[in-house]
Design a binder for this molecule. Structure first.
Ligand SMILES: [Fe+2]
Ligand SMILES: [Fe+2]
Length: 283
């Protein structure tokens, strides 16, 4: 029972993203002006916590804790099933479960004729959310990501809440480049901790570079939608972000009214996984 509603914020976050970045901006602008929405308050509170607690120090500690991968060893499908236990108790007819979100994303990519590693990336891109099942709070799993260790951009959603982040008052960390150098490359930059960064480290030896960028930066809206951190990127990052941008619409807008037939499609994804991934993955 404790798990019930655990990912509520995540659905709200996704809706918030769709409102911030509508697929059809002209048509949907008006709905976005609906400020009485109680869901928006929940999202605000979520970002208030996220922005307050995601400090450089916090990120470094989480990396130390989770990049040992001593929590659990699972096949890809075990991980998908494990992630799905997050919504076991939820009302089945309100929204798609995790597996369905993953499969709708990947099936939309497949329908557009993209390479198989791109399809696989769509299928696994959110598996890092298993962090929730290891007891992590939602603000440390989902939500927009952003660099820490340098100035927080005002292009980040609800950036006013960074006033409550101690790093914003730290003279070494609150400058444009902070602890980094101009165009040093994002690999040297610490991102706020969440499912993107975590899964990147799990997958980094197995998937092609564009796939790894999609996984690692898919929630980095301040860059892939707002271009607020180009000063930290090197030329390769800039090239690779074309893939991140290509991936984003599949993540945000691929919900179709008919849920995918998970059992029927499972063999295809198991084959695909065996082409790129080892039998088991360490989380
Ligand atoms: Fe995600
Ligand atoms: Fe997603």
């Amino acid at each position: 029972m404790e798990k019930k509603g655990k990912l509520d914020i995540e659905e709200l976050w996704e809706k918030d993203l769709q409102e911030r970045y509508p697929e059809n901006p002209a048509k949907e602008k008006e709905e976005y002006r609906n400020y009485d929405d109680p869901a928006r308050d929940t999202v605000r509170k979520f970002y208030q916590e996220n922005h307050r607690y995601q400090t450089l120090d916090f990120v470094l500690k989480k990396k130390e804790e989770f990049l040992k991968f001593d929590k659990r060893e699972m096949t890809l499908w075990d991980a998908v099933d494990f992630l799905n236990t997050l919504v076991d108790d939820s009302d089945p007819d309100i929204d798609l479960d995790q597996t369905q979100h993953l499969m709708q994303t990947s099936e939309a990519i497949r329908a557009d004729g993209h390479p198989d590693w791109f399809v696989l990336t769509g299928f696994l891109h959110d598996l890092g959310k298993v962090l929730c099942l290891f007891g992590e709070p939602q603000w440390a799993v989902v939500g927009d990501t952003f660099p820490v260790g340098c100035k927080f951009s005002d292009k980040i959603v609800y950036s006013e809440f960074f006033d409550e982040n101690p790093d914003a008052k730290n003279g070494e960390l609150n400058t444009k480049f902070g602890i980094y150098e101009e165009n040093c490359g994002l690999d040297k930059v610490n991102m706020s901790w969440g499912h993107d960064e975590y899964l990147y480290h799990i997958m980094k030896d197995y998937l092609p570079e564009p796939a790894l960028y999609m996984i690692r930066y898919h929630s980095f809206y301040a860059q892939h939608r707002e271009n607020a951190y180009a000063h930290l990127m090197d030329d390769n990052d800039k090239k690779m972000f074309e893939w991140v941008e290509k991936f984003n619409p599949y993540d945000l807008y691929s919900k179709s009214p008919t849920p995918p037939n998970v059992q029927k499609l499972r063999p295809y994804y198991e084959d695909l996984a065996s082409k790129y991934l080892p039998d088991t993955l360490k989380f």
